[in-house]
Design a protein around this ligand. Sequence first.
Ligand code: SF4
Ligand code: SF4
Length: 393
Amino acid sequence: MIPQVAIVRCPDYQQPTVDQAVRESIDLLGGMGQFVQPGQKVLLRVNLLSATPPERGIVTHPAVVEAMVRLVQETGGIPLIADSPGASVPYTEAGLRRAYEASGLLAVAERTGAALNWDTSYEQVSHPEGFLVKRLEVIKPVLKADVVISMPKLKTHVLTTFTGATKVLFGVVPGIAKAVFHARMRNVTNFALMLLDIISLVKPALVLMDAIVGMEGDGPSTGPLRDVGVILASPDSVALDAVATSIVGLDPLKVPTLREAAARGLWTGKVDDVVTLGASISEVFVPDFRPLSATPREDVTLGHPLLDRLVGPFVTEHFTLKPVPQRGRCVACGDCVAGCPQQAIAIVDSLAVIDYSQCIRCHCCHELCTEGAIDLERSWLGGLVQRVSGGRW
Ligand code: SF4
Ligand code: SF4
């Protein structure tokens, strides 16, 4: 089937404007009846990375969630809003309450009557068709849902280059189990394959992306916000991300999930082969969107595994970004300590301190620090090579 992605302009988060854009995007795909039947339990899988207000641009905006809740209810579906947030928010009832309150989702639930997920249980499921991951733990509400609607936000990501539809479903993995995957999947290609496995397991019926305000630079928590001004919708996670990255001028094939999806025949690798409905990519193109400040970790290779192993520490030191907590900004909250898959961080004298001999440069700490207290720094040699290579490295 030819993949289709609806693109609808939406300049701001005023509720009537968002309601109209979300409705129009789903109508372009044939209407909500294509995805939800009366009486079905519909899980809205939002991006709830941290307990932060929507103005920070980290979480799926509540106005977008509210618009989707109302469409599901109109169709006769029973919406449940859910996510297992990042490690800065424990996957407990108290942690979820903090995240729902801060993100505005508690208010959405009160206004619409939609349920919020409080069930923090999970189950190990087998996935024989997975490329790489044949078994994984998944939060129970996902397994109980009749339909999953994925609701990512358009952001860059220091590990996976871009976080959209192909990354957001990592949130179906419960709390701390995410850190285990980070530790196991040190190679970004493997991490991308794991994300594709999660998509093929969860099989979201529909993806609706909040790309009204996106995040550029070194996302997904502390990059600068950027007006993108669109809502995107598609039943196809890969096609949607291919279109989303193209709108902001990123090469889809430089995004590990999209590159691996193309290699496995999940799309052709050419965005021209995706049919856009509504606006075109060129009509909503965002010029000068800032990409990551450095190449993600996996691209740093000398081309031979033995060579890579021998000089790995040198390469890591000079050709990956080093997370460096900053005194003055660090409030010693301990979120990065809890989220580090290598247990490489400790709080010493009211400052997060990293044991770099254990650090695998996954940048989870940078992702989780909502204070923006962890800078990603280059070595002098890395900076020199970047200048000489014209920014390719
Ligand atoms: S760097 Fe400091 S402020 Fe940031 S998550 Fe770690 S402890 Fe908290
Ligand atoms: S210190 Fe940061 S980058 Fe290093 S392993 Fe821990 S979370 Fe990952």
